[in-house]
Write a protein that binds this ligand. Structure first.
Ligand code: FAD
Length: 496
C-alpha cells in the first residue's frame, strides 16, 4: 500500500441509509397511520410526501370547498410532522408520472402509502406500484381509511352486498376493527433530495385558497382543519354528543351529530379511531349517559361510509351511471332558473333554503337536510341527480366521491338499496317534524326569523299582514304539482 493512501479506518462514517418515502393522500394524520408507522419502524430516514394531482382525487377537478380544506389540512400536517422531526414535501403534477420520478431522484429504498379505493385512485396506485417495483424499489400499501376493506365483506357466494342491512350484519359479525396505532414520537428525517426542488412547490404555490374573491370567510369561521382539531371534535362528541344520538341525529336544529365527516374525508382521524373512541366512551366512563342504542346507531352510520366505498369498488361506473338503468330514460328537466334558485337557497321552501345556505356559508349541511334538498331537486324540480351531486362536490368540505354518489343515487331512487322514487319528501312536513321550533330555519334564513313557529316552515300560510313584511321568495314549484309531475315521469319508465 503506498504511504500516501489513508490507513483503513474503522471510524469511517457509514453511508446514510436510503430513505423510505411516505406518500400521504387522504390520510393527513400521524396517529393510526400504518404507512407512517411502517416507515418509522424500518429505521430508515423518512421523506414525507404529498402530491397535489388536481385531476386525480375525484377523477375530476377538486371542488372549491375541498381545496380550501386541503390547504389547511396540509399546513396542519406539515406542522405536526415538523414537531416530530420531519416536515412535509409537497409536489404538484400528474402522480402517475411524478411519483416514480421522485422515488428515483431520492434514491429511495421503499415507498409506502395507505390504500384508497376510488376507481381513478386505484388505477393510478396500481400503475405506480408496478413502475416503482420494476425500478427495483420496494412499494407497500396498507389499510387505514375504512373499517373493513371492500373485498373483505362479502356474501356467502363471494359477491358484493347490495343491501345495507345485510352488509352491516356481515361487517358487524367480523367484530371490532383493529385497534388504532399510536402516533410516532419521532420521525427521523431524510435530507430533501436536491432534484426535488423543481416539482416541490410548497403549499402556498398550490393556490388552494380562494383569493379573488375570497369566499371562504364562512368556512374559516366554522372549521379548523387538521388532526388536532379532529381529535378535539371526536372527544367533544363522544363525551357530550353521543348520548341521545339515536333519537336526535335527525334534528338539524340540535348539535346532535359528530360533524366529523370532513375529518374522515381527509383522514385527520381514521374510522378505527372514531369507532374505538366511541366504544370506549360508552363501555368506559366518559360517555356521560350514552348507551348501547346510541353507540350502535352511531357505528352503523359510520358503516354507511364503508358501504358507499364498497359499492363504488364493486361498480366503478356508478360514479356517473344510474345503478337502476331504467332511470336512463328519465325525462330530467334542464331549467337554469330553478337550478340557480336551489343553489342559492331561494326556492321559497324554508328548510330547503336553510340547508342550501348553510352549505354555501359553511361547506357542510346536516344529513337530514341533505336528504330533503336532494329529494326536492330530483323530484319536485325533476332534475338529474348528477347536477346536484356536482354542486355538492364543489361546495361540501366533506365532498367524497363514494359517499356523495351513493347518497345522491339513494335519494333519487336510482341507486343500490335506494329509497323508492315514489317516496317524495314533503319539505314542509319534514321541516315541521325535524325542526319543530323553526330554530334551524331562523338561523340560516334570517329574513324569516320573526315569523311565528306556526307558519315559519310555510310562510305563504302566515297572516298576510305578517307575510307582507318579509322579503322572501314565493315557492318556485307547487308541492302537489311537482310531486305529480315526478310520479308521472317515473311511471313512464319501463321497469318502474
Ligand atoms: C345527498 C347526500 C350527499 C352526501 N354527500 C356526502 C359526501 O360527499 N361526503 C360525506 O362524507 N357524506 C356525505 N353524505 C352523508 C352524510 O350526510 C354526512 O356524512 C353527514 O351529514 C356528516 O355529518 P356528521 O359527521 O355529523 O355525521 P354523524 O351522524 O356524526 O356520522 C358519523 C360519520 O358517519 C358517516 N356517515 C353518516 N351518515 C352517512 C351516510 N349517509 N353516508 C355515508 N357516510 C355517512 C360520516 O363519515 C360521518 O362523519 C351525503 C348525504 C346525502 C343525503
Amino acid at each position: 500500500m503506498p504511504r500516501s493512501s489513508p490507513p483503513p479506518s474503522s471510524a469511517e462514517p457509514s453511508p446514510t441509509p436510503a430513505p423510505v418515502i411516505v406518500w400521504f393522500r387522504d390520510d393527513l394524520r400521524l396517529a393510526d397511520n400504518p404507512a407512517l408507522s411502517h416507515a418509522v419502524a424500518s429505521g430508515r430516514p423518512v421523506l414525507c410526501l404529498f402530491v397535489h394531482d388536481p385531476q386525480q382525487a375525484f377523477a375530476r377537478a377538486l371542488g372549491g370547498a375541498v381545496r380550501w380544506w386541503l390547504d389547511g389540512g396540509l399546513r396542519a400536517l406539515h406542522a405536526d410532522l415538523a414537531r416530530v422531526g420531519a416536515g412535509l414535501h409537497v409536489a404538484c403534477g400528474d402522480a402517475a408520472t411524478l411519483v416514480p420520478r421522485l422515488v428515483a431522484q431520492a434514491g429511495a429504498a421503499e415507498i409506502v402509502w395507505n390504500r384508497r379505493y376510488d376507481p381513478a385512485g386505484r388505477e393510478t396506485d396500481t400503475a405506480i406500484k408496478a413502475a416503482v417495483k420494476e425500478a427495483g424499489v420496494a412499494a407497500h400499501s396498507f389499510a387505514a381509511g375504512v373499517l373493513h376493506e371492500p373485498w373483505t365483506v362479502r356474501t356467502r357466494t363471494g359477491d358484493a352486498f347490495r343491501v345495507y342491512t345485510a352488509w352491516w350484519r356481515a361487517a358487524r359479525a367480523m367484530g371490532d376493527p383493529l385497534p388504532p396505532l399510536p402516533a410516532p414520537a419521532h420521525v427521523p428525517p431524510a435530507a430533501r433530495p436536491a432534484a426535488w426542488a423543481e416539482p416541490c412547490v410548497g403549499i402556498d404555490a398550490l393556490g388552494l385558497r380562494p383569493v379573488a374573491p375570497d369566499w371562504a370567510g364562512g368556512l374559516r369561521a366554522a372549521w379548523r382543519p387538521g388532526e388536532e382539531a379532529a381529535r378535539e371534535r371526536l372527544r367533544d362528541f363522544v363525551v357530550g354528543g353521543l348520548a341521545g344520538y339515536a333519537d336526535a341525529r335527525d334534528r338539524p336544529d340540535l348539535p346532535a351529530t359528530s360533524r366529523l365527516s370532513p375529518d374522515l374525508r381527509f383522514g385527520h382521524v381514521s374510522p378505527r379511531q372514531v369507532w374505538h373512541e366511541a366504544v370506549m366512551a360508552v363501555r368506559g366512563t366518559a360517555g356521560q349517559g350514552a348507551g348501547e342504542k346510541d353507540l350502535e346507531k352511531f357505528l352503523s352510520e359510520l358503516g354507511w361510509r364503508d358501504f358507499a366505498v364498497s359499492l363504488l369498488y364493486a361498480q366503478p361506473e356508478l360514479v356517473s351511471a344510474n345503478f337502476r338503468t331504467e332511470f336512463d330514460a328519465m325525462p330530467w328537466r334542464d331549467d337554469a332558473r330553478d337550478l340557480r334558485a336551489w343553489q342559492q337557497g331561494r326556492t321559497g321552501y324554508p328548510i330547503v333554503d336553510a340547508g342550501m345556505r348553510q352549505l354555501w356559508q359553511t361547506g357542510w349541511m346536516h344529513n337530514r337536510v341533505r336528504m330533503i334538498v336532494a329529494s326536492f331537486l330530483t323530484k319536485h324540480l325533476l332534475m338529474d341527480w348528477r347536477v346536484g351531486e356536482a354542486w355538492f362536490r364543489d361546495t361540501l368540505v366533506d365532498a367524497d366521491i363514494a359517499s356523495n354518489v351513493a347518497n345522491w343515487q339513494w335519494v333519487a331512487g336510482c341507486g343500490v338499496d335506494a329509497a323508492p322514487y315514489f317516496r317524495v319528501f314533503n319539505p314542509v312536513l319534514q321541516a315541521q317534524k325535524f325542526d319543530p321550533d323553526g330554530a334551524y330555519v331562523r338561523r340560516w334564513v334570517p329574513e324569516l326569523a320573526r315569523l311565528p313557529t306556526s307558519c315559519v316552515h310555510a310562510p305563504w300560510t302566515c297572516d298576510p299582514a305578517i307575510r307582507g313584511r318579509v322579503a322572501y321568495p314565493a315557492p318556485i314549484v307547487d308541492l302537489q304539482g311537482g310531486r305529480a309531475r315526478a310520479l308521472a315521469a317515473w311511471k313512464g319508465l319501463s321497469g318502474a
